[in-house]
Design a protein around this ligand. Structure first.
Ligand SMILES: Nc1nc2c(ncn2[C@@H]2O[C@H](COP(=O)(O)OP(=O)(O)O)[C@@H](O)[C@H]2O)c(=O)[nH]1
Ligand SMILES: [Mg+2]
Length: 445
């Protein structure tokens, strides 16, 4: 059976008791399934919510609710789609799904509904990714950005650029193919001007997309330092929650504690760790090993030091041992204890987790270090692979602009630029990448 047209079903709503639960079915010939399920002779009116009773194949009434029939191609997937809205109980949803399977559907794989929408040309790949990002958005701004991508704001710009490239390639390739004929093609200057304008546009999209990647993934900031300098207190003060245990006993934090804060829509994942020191306590040693693991994964490290002690030899040694490529900043905590102290360097990163002094400045600093630059236009959510493709397109356009002879090489660079843009929309995409994208979805989407 063609796995793109057989009937698939899944629970579309979250697991757990709820007022309403939704089951989605996609495939062909679904009117027959709707009739069996509801024991109703009159056909369902397309796209109209209709009250119905749902029966299992043995004739047992399992639920009542609404049925909506979306005939192909006017549905989310482009197939026929049935949406069954029943009571959101775990058992009810299970029985309803089980009945759909017995009437001929099979359980959908994660992301399979969206995959069908992609295969039927309902969504391009950037929009597919936006569906997943919208579901997983961690801040209001991230959700708005995902919605912008889903509604095509990002794809439209990429598609527009690709169209311009195709038009230009027609001229350049034409000039190659008919070089002996007296046909008027665009002048070299005009071609180069157009390429330069496109390159500018790519750079502009790249800038917005960079912000979009940050909105989507946030930034992982690890708090490290000697025991008792106030890392846990700082985590609690920044997130305004009482997540991490704080005492004056060195070695209190043994396991990694995670929390997050949102600044101007950007999510910062803060990771509090066991203080680094040499110790014979096995549990503390295990905690310190975890600290090092978190350091490897982080986007940024804040090395917290105690203002009343200043920067110690141990702090300096820790700074030396950190991975070179990891952006690292020293935060001087407990400045309330060091009023008038001479040896405390007064940097932007002097704070007191206790009084809250300097925390606003620290937040602004984190935002700036993460690369957040508010743009004049609204940001759309983007992914690392989009940045790679945009950089590829930029490099190809830049090469195309520089090459004057032979024209074939210029044409080849323009082709490369077009291909890079096509990757964003999913025109030239390996099955591996598609598999990776769709498998990251939940079942039922
Ligand atoms: N005066 C003062 N005390 C602080 C400050 N931050 C933390 N402390 C105290 O320092 C001790 C150790 O704090 P903690 O957050 O557990 O340090 P950690 O071991 O680095 O996680 C606790 O007694 C805190 O109340 C601060 O900014 N000022
Ligand atoms: Mg601690």
């Amino acid at each position: 059976m063609d796995t793109n047209t057989d009937v698939i079903a899944a629970i579309a709503t979250a697991h757990g008791p709820a007022g309403v639960g939704v089951i989605r079915v996609s495939g062909f010939g679904l009117m027959a399934m709707a009739a069996q399920l509801t024991r109703r002779a009159t056909p369902f009116v397309p796209r109209r919510a209709t009250h119905a009773h749902f029966f299992d194949p043995a004739g047992q009434l399992i639920d009542e609710g609404l049925l909506i029939y979306f005939p192909a191609p006017h549905s989310f997937t482009g197939d026929d789609v049935l949406e069954l809205q029943g009571h959101g109980g775990v058992q009810v949803m299970h029985s309803l799904l089980q009945s759909c399977l017995e009437y001929g559907a099979r359980l959908a794989r994660p992301g399979e509904f969206t995959q069908r929408a992609f295969l039927h040309g309902k969504l391009d790949l950037a929009q597919v990714e936006a569906v997943s990002d919208l579901i997983n958005a961690e801040s209001h701004s991230a959700a708005l950005g995902a919605m912008r991508s889903l509604s095509g704001a990002f794809s439209k710009q990429v598609r527009q650029l690709r169209e311009q490239l195709i038009q230009l390639r027609i001229h350049v390739e034409g000039a190659i193919d008919f070089s002996d004929e007296p046909i008027e093609f665009l002048s070299r200057e005009s071609v180069d001007q157009q390429i330069a304008a496109m390159q500018q546009h790519v750079c502009h999209i790249l800038n917005v997309a960079r912000q979009g990647v940050l909105l989507r993934t946030g930034s992982h900031v690890v708090l490290i330092g000697a025991p008792n300098v106030g890392k846990s207190s700082l985590l609690n003060a920044l997130t305004e929650e009482d997540h991490a245990l704080v005492t004056d006993i060195p070695g209190t934090t043994r396991d990694v504690v995670r929390s997050h804060m949102v600044i101007q829509g950007v999510c910062f994942h803060l990771i509090d760790t066991a203080g680094i020191r040499s110790t014979t306590d096995v549990v503390e040693q295990a905690g310190i090993a975890r600290t090092w693991k978190e350091i490897q994964r982080a986007d940024m490290a804040l090395v917290v030091v105690d203002a009343s002690c200043g920067i110690t030899q141990e702090d300096l040694q820790l700074l030396q041992e950190l991975p070179r490529q990891l952006p690292t900043h020293v935060v001087i905590n407990k400045i309330d204890l060091a009023v008038g102290a001479q040896d405390v360097p007064h940097t932007a990163l002097s704070v007191s987790a206790l009084t809250g002094e300097g925390l606003l400045e620290l937040k602004q600093f984190l935002l700036q270090q993460a690369g957040w630059k508010p743009t004049a236009e609204p940001v759309f959510l983007a992914r690392e692979r989009h940045l790679i493709a945009l950089r590829e397109a930029n490099a190809a356009l830049s090469a195309a602009c520089e090459i004057q002879h032979p024209l074939e090489l210029k044409a080849e660079e323009l082709r490369r630029a077009q291909q890079a843009l096509g990757k964003i929309l999913g025109e030239f995409t390996s099955d591996d990448l598609l598999g990776e994208i769709f498998s990251s979805f939940c079942i039922g989407k």
